[in-house]
Ligand binder design. Structure first.
Ligand code: 6R9
Length: 659
């Protein structure tokens, strides 16, 4: 099948890489010796010392990897360090205190620059405030903030006092926040009064208040005043104003707490196959080493660079590549609060131009939008400062990849298509831009030291060109250590399927399908489980289905992903009501409202399709794959397993995909 972007997904992938990194890039690349792939292979796991060497350790580790208790691996055992020390203090000590750490671009056109010294001061003051207000080492602090500087400041303040943070994306609902705080037993919350959405003041505090009502534990809250007079708010008991705290603790410093390499740095909730989100646990040493190493080797970040990852810190990409990776390396990281098309569709290029951005990293969904808007917008600006481009979050097909290289990268910049996950912590599959040729539509070879393999049901390597499951055979430093408070689910979700515990043979399963070509380049195709990636955000179909089924009058619901005209994935929801067939405007509205309040606006379906029944197998399982084919207007395979095959034609007629 050739998709809308001209990508023949069924063709054999035997054609080799097609773009060679330009000499001018290779000459200056952080990593340019092709021998690194072999070296890492030969020296594994000690090869990962190169990553650990990018950090400052308070106490050296004893061993690189301990695997006695697999799959609960320990990296850099007994080493001690502090993440905020690595992101701040050491840069001050090396004479870089006046170097810009964060350049923030606000939604309303505001700009703020924090030098490493500024950031150090504010992080320390807030760390002192948190500690004084009761936060102890290992207490989970939930952070529910939009893309304002106080978000990374709060993260680093937590890291400084050894309190793991759990950042909840600001666009998620009160229910989603409450579920996450409850699951993590979190008694501290950092939020704000509100933020601007297309010029309008939007109330975040009321969402936080609603979440607190649902929680059993008492919650102490810090509120950042983002909107000033645009949204006056009152503070209740156990609520403090961020700026008042800063005044109270002005000039105070806090010794960075010594943390074991395996101590939890943060928790990040992500969607899984069941309705309940998973609290992915990341370590301090292995995680920080892996994000610093990949920022250096894959994103080619240098301390003198201005580097911009245009993601949201509320997701893993922002944690690893807006905050921890670039700050560990002492570079300037750009942080943008707004959207790419406000006030106009050249907003990002204006920011690249004005800040002379060297490295730019974004998601395919954004690139497809840029392509749709046309090359006139980037052409208005001088983008010649760019040296390297990256993408992450979902597969990118060759057409937008080429467009990105041509119109943003001036036909010169290497483009790295980086595959990784919340659970892998940092990039695991990508070309190394100073070494490897690029192949549009393929993420590339596994990074040195990463044993990614595409296997069949039996766990055997598939042949080049065949589709299989994307697995990783050996551990790596940035990997998730467990799911919060749920070791069993960690093993069940990621390890059970392809491991042989009796033989102590462990293999991580990513949940993705992929193909490998004759050159060892991997093309990731998508999820096998019931996870839909919408604009780079992972959503569980179950979460959305639960939100629909909660609505009065709804009998059953199934949601699937549909590839839109532009190649973005959107949600199609199929709903049957209690009274049989009924296209009901009131129920439709109630469904949309409930999804928004249970999850957030990102989960809003593009279509709600009413049907008398959902197609089911004889054993009563909803055939989601068939509904996906119907939504995508694809030819349907064998429907003989269905108990009610006639329903498919009715659904096709309803949404106009019956040819
Ligand atoms: C970092 C991040 C992970 C899922 C992953 C896969 C998809 C990410 C990709 C990609 C193809 C790439 N994905 N990068 N698919 N090519 N370069 O996105 O983490 O939010 O946990 O999503 O995203 O399906 O399994 P997360």
């Amino acid at each position: 099948m050739v998709d809308r972007n001209g990508w023949d997904r069924d063709a054999s992938e035997s054609t080799g890489p097609t773009y060679t990194p330009p000499e001018s890039f290779v000459e200056q690349a952080n990593v340019a010796d092709p021998g690194i792939h072999d070296e890492f292979g030969a020296e594994w796991p000690d090869c990962w010392e190169r990553a650990a060497a990018l950090l400052s350790w308070e106490e050296a580790y004893d061993t690189v990897l301990e695997d006695e208790d697999a799959p609960f691996y320990r990296w850099f055992a007994n080493g001690r360090l502090n993440a905020s020390y690595n992101c701040l203090d050491r840069h001050l000590e090396s004479g870089r205190k006046n170097h810009a750490a964060i350049r923030w671009e606000g939604k309303q056109g505001e700009r703020r620059t924090y030098t490493y010294r500024d950031l150090y001061v504010e992080v320390n003051e807030f760390a002192a405030a948190l500690r004084e207000r009761g936060v102890e080492e290992d207490d989970v602090v939930t952070i529910y903030l939009p893309m304002i500087p106080e978000l990374p400041i709060a993260m680093l303040a937590c890291a400084r006092i050894g309190a793991p943070h759990s950042v909840v994306f600001a666009g998620l609902s009160a229910d989603a926040l409450a579920t996450r705080m409850d699951a993590a037993d979190s008694e501290y919350l950092v939020t704000c009064d509100g933020y601007y959405r297309r010029g309008d003041a939007f109330n975040q505090k009321s969402k936080a208040d609603n979440a607190r009502i649902d929680l059993e534990q008492d919650v102490r809250t810090v509120v950042v005043d983002r909107l000033g007079d645009d949204l006056p708010h009152v503070l209740g008991e156990n609520e403090w104003d961020y700026h008042a705290l800063r005044e109270e603790f002005a000039g105070e410093t806090v010794e960075p707490v010594s943390r074991d390499a395996e101590d939890m740095l943060f928790l990040m909730y992500t969607s899984g196959t069941t309705g309940e989100p998973k609290g992915v646990v990341h370590s301090t040493g292995g995680y920080l080493a892996h994000v610093a190493w990949t920022s250096h080797a894959v994103l080619d970040v240098k301390p003198a660079d201005t580097y911009w990852c245009a993601a949201d810190i509320g997701w893993i990409t922002g944690h690893s590549y807006i905050v921890y990776g670039p700050l560990a390396l002492g570079t300037t990281t750009v942080m943008y609060e707004g959207t790419p098309d406000y006030p106009d569709r050249d907003r990002l290029w204006e920011i690249v131009d004005r800040n002379a951005v060297d490295v730019f990293y974004t998601a395919p969904t954004a690139i497809r939008a840029f392509m749709k808007w046309g090359s006139d917008y980037p052409a208005r600006h001088d983008l010649s400062s760019l040296r390297l481009l990256g993408t992450v979050g979902e597969p990118i097909s060759p057409r937008p990849w080429k467009w990105y290289r041509e119109h943003i990268g001036g036909g010169e910049c290497p483009v790295v298509d980086t595959w990784w996950q919340t659970e892998t912590g940092a990039v695991t599959i990508s070309t190394l831009p100073g070494i490897d040729d690029m192949k549009p539509g393929s993420a590339g070879p596994p990074l040195p030291g990463i044993d990614a393999r595409i296997v069949d049901e039996a766990g055997e390597d598939v042949d080049a060109g065949e589709t299989g499951y994307l697995t990783i055979g050996r551990p790596w430093p940035g990997m998730a250590r467990t799911l919060y408070d749920n070791d069993e689910r960690f093993v069940a979700e990621y390890w059970q399927r392809f491991s042989d515990p009796a033989e102590d043979d462990w293999r991580y399963f990513s949940g993705d399908t992929a193909r490998i070509d004759d050159h060892g380049y991997i093309t990731v195709l998508g999820r096998v489980d019931d996870v839909i990636t919408v604009s780079g955000h992972r959503l569980g179909t179950m979460e959305v289905e639960h939100a629909i089924a909660d609505v009065d009058g709804v009998a059953e619901a199934a949601v699937v992903g549909r590839s839109s005209e532009t190649g973005d994935t959107e949600i199609y929801a199929y709903v049957s009501t209690e009274r049989g067939y009924e296209s009901d405007a009131a129920i439709r509205q109630a469904i949309l409202d409930n999804i928004e309040s249970a999850i957030g606006p990102i989960a809003r379906p593009a279509a709600v399709i009413f049907t008398p029944e959902l197609p089911k197998t004889r054993s009563g399982k909803i055939m989601r794959r068939l509904l996906e084919d119907v939504a995508n207007g694809e030819e349907l395979g064998d429907t003989s397993a269905l108990r009610n095959p006639e329903i498919v034609g009715e659904i096709q007629a309803e949404i106009g995909t019956d040819g």
